[in-house]
Design a protein around this ligand. Structure first.
Ligand SMILES: Nc1nc2c(c(=O)[nH]1)N[C@H]1C(S)=C(S)[C@@H](COP(=O)(O)OP(=O)(O)OC[C@H]3O[C@@H](n4cnc5c(N)ncnc54)[C@H](O)[C@@H]3O)O[C@H]1N2
Ligand code: MOO
Length: 646
């Protein structure tokens, strides 16, 4: 094995890793002080107590529009004994905020003046001293403490500072983060590159830049550095000589032959941690430089880097800046399916979260550390503790919300078979105010029925053909969900067919071509309506599945099938026309089928479902579906009844 490879030291928990770094932090690692204009101090932390230079108000001022008077000249006023006051001598007209004239001590609101004459007024109520007057220093008294030290400055505080005559305020410097992305394959996004095979667009640094902004940090970045020790060394030295308090080296932290991060951290300082008991995020490296800066080797995979930023960098930044992070918002949610995990490793699982009836439900999203889109699709993140080997279906778990809870309550949880009209529906629902967020999980039609029966989804897209009756969906619901009170609403009638490469090079014309030796098929997963449809047609054509090469190779979505054909992993697969069109494939039509939405009666009045129904009845929506290609909308929005067939 290559001697350059850096095998992990010893993995430790996130808390232990943080402790190791915090132990090493000395005053030399902490941000210094600086003076900033008060109006630019939002989010900064005061480095000392701030005292007022001026009082506010600096004079006795009228709190209301009206007249300024001497209270004592009004004391005898009664309803049956009005007092007449003379302009100039007994009162002066005054507006809110004006100084009270010398000798006056009270303001009568204009509404309380009984009669107004040319040079006098009559009043029927006495005024008491300092009535409707804001006295000197009512809000702020010069020299008083405006803000204590170590106080995070809010928008309101800026108003207080300026009112008290504080033009500049002493604060701690912002924590500075510098990032050095590395990797021969990593392209600088600023040059708007076209990636070739083997190349990747640099994005992790900008995820951190955006996070750093929300943490109130200064941020800087080096353009991506190739995997050459000298170049990396030079970039790191420059970062160490800069104002940054934390230097992050992106990627190159695991065990590859070009992973130099650990070695270079050892050269420039002391290595404290190499390896977390956390997935994703395991290959995180932590150290402290000779000049007391925190060194972080962040994993290259985008999701792993996010975990490293959130779980390690964020607490360190808040520690250095003296600020308190906001408490994460969490909900208790029911896990919709069993999830395995590795004993001894804490796992961060992205989940789709929605409120179905009285409970939150959480559905795990794909776990790949390179799948950044799972973070944008997820409404939440849950942690599987290191001492568990996974979690059972229906377990109540704590989920940290990644979106605002109001947005989570707008999630329409949809399961079942995948269809492009569901994506189209999702896009249209997002146009409502507030937007309805359709979160769909593709588990096939049978999986959809199961989820609805278990109460973990608002609706399911299903298309199950029953060869015996010639009907759709009802025979399966009778059998698998006999007690369910539901409605079945048609979304569209769709065309299924064989997806083949453009020009159909294998000349696949019908199912009869599937048993050919030179034809490799790719199938949908068991329980998928498309697979049931295929089996039915194979049986009708008297073709045994064993004769079809690739029958047991499974994909979970129509697009998955299309990708297999496009990448020549298979020659053909059964799916919808829209998926073939999306990837520029040819399509050999085979059958029409009904794609319905299964909605429990309990949710038919749910606002989100009502919006779906409104859309299904709109002409624009139907036109939109038809423009996808391979769909008919004659039944769209209609309630289906047993025996209707197609
Ligand atoms: N033999 C082993 N191999 C790996 C292990 C292991 O334990 N033993 N751990 C795996 C784990 S877990 C992770 S996470 C990755 C992390 O590896 P590195 O930190 O060394 O990162 P690279 O291999 O250089 O890159 C991984 C991946 O990320 C892309 N990348 C890198 N930088 C960026 C960036 N700035 N923006 C976007 N994408 C980036 C890079 O191109 C790679 O695709 O190691 C496993 N291997
Ligand atoms: O632990 Mo790595 O950080 O999963 O992909």
């Amino acid at each position: 094995m290559d001697s350059q490879r850096s095998i992990y030291l010893k993995t430790i928990s996130i808390d232990e890793a943080l402790e190791k770094v915090l132990e090493e932090i000395t005053p030399a690692s902490l941000p210094g002080r600086e003076s900033v204009p008060s109006q630019q101090a939002l989010g900064r932390v005061t480095a000392g107590p701030v005292r007022a230079r001026y009082s506010s108000p600096t004079f006795h001022s009228a709190a209301m529009d009206g007249v300024a008077v001497r209270a004592e000249s009004t004391f005898t006023a009664r309803e049956d004994n009005p007092v007449i006051l003379e302009k100039g001598r007994d009162y002066v007209e005054i507006n809110t905020g004006n100084p009270i004239p010398d000798g006056m001590d009270s303001v009568i609101m204009v509404e309380k003046i009984n009669q107004e004459y040319e040079h006098s007024i009559s009043i029927e109520q006495p005024a008491y001293p300092w009535q409707n007057v804001r006295r000197i220093g009512e809000d702020i008294v010069a020299t008083e403490l405006l803000l204590p030290r170590n106080h995070e400055i809010s928008a309101y505080d800026i108003g207080v500072l300026l009112s008290g005559g504080i033009w500049e305020v002493d604060v701690y410097q912002q924590v500075g983060i510098h990032v050095i992305p590395t990797g021969d394959e990593v392209l600088d996004f600023t040059s708007r590159p076209d990636p070739s095979p083997g190349q990747v667009i640099e994005s992790n640094s900008q995820v951190l830049a955006a996070m750093a902004q929300s943490w109130g940090c200064r941020f800087s970045r080096t353009a991506p550095v190739p995997d050459e020790p000298q170049k990396l060394e030079k970039a790191l030295q420059e970062a160490l000589d800069s104002q940054a308090h934390i230097v992050v080296i992106g990627a190159g932290s695991s065990a590859g032959s070009k992973d130099f991060t650990r070695r270079i951290i050892q050269e420039k300082g002391r290595l404290l941690v190499h390896g977390l008991k956390a997935m994703p995020g395991k290959p995180t490296v932590l150290g402290i430089s000779h000049n007391n800066k925190i060194l972080v080797g962040a994993p290259g995979y985008p999701v792993s880097s996010v975990i490293c930023f959130e779980q390690i960098l964020k607490p360190l930044v808040y520690h250095l800046s003296g600020k308190t992070p906001e408490e994460p918002v969490t909900v208790e949610a029911r896990l919709t399916r069993k999830i395995p995990s590795r004993l001894g490793m804490e796992e961060f699982l992205r989940v789709s979260v929605g409120r179905v009836g009285e409970q939150y439900v959480a559905t795990p999203l794909p776990r790949g550390a390179g799948m950044m889109t799972t973070l944008t699709k997820a409404q939440g993140m849950t942690r599987i503790p290191a001492d568990l080997e996974g979690m059972q279906q229906d377990r109540m778990i704590e989920v940290q919300l990644l979106r605002r809870s109001r947005e989570v309550n707008q999630v329409l949880v949809t399961v079942g078979s995948h269809d492009n009209t569901v994506d189209f529906l999702a896009n249209e629902l997002a146009l409502f105010n507030p937007p309805v967020r359709l979160a769909s999980t593709h588990v096939g039609s049978m999986g959809g029925i199961t989820a609805i029966r278990r109460g973990t989804a608002h609706m399911a897209g299903i298309h199950l053909f029953d060869p015996e009756t010639g009907d759709y969906n009802f025979p399966f619901l009778d059998k698998y969900a006999p007690d369910l009170d539901y409605r079945l609403i048609n979304l569209a009638v769709r065309h299924q067919g064989l997806m083949v490469l453009p020009g159909n090079p294998r000349n696949i014309r019908s199912l009869q071509d599937l048993p050919r030796d030179d034809v490799e098929f790719v199938n949908r997963q068991k329980g998928a309506g498309t697979r049931i449809l295929l089996d039915h047609h194979l049986q009708q054509a008297d073709i045994s599945p064993e004769k079809v090469k690739g029958y047991s190779n499974e994909e979970y979505t129509h697009m998955g099938i299309a990708v297999n054909v496009l990448s020549r992993t298979a020659d053909c697969g059964l799916g919808i026309k829209a998926a073939a069109q999306a990837l520029g494939l040819d399509f050999v039509p085979l059958a029409r089928e009904r794609y319905d939405l299964l909605i429990p009666e309990d949710f038919i009045q749910d606002d989100k479902v009502v919006q779906v129904m409104n859309l299904l009845h709109s002409r624009d929506f139907k036109a939109g579906i038809e423009s996808l290609g391979g769909y008919e909308t004659t039944l769209t929005g209609r309630e289906m009844k047993p025996g209707m067939g197609l």
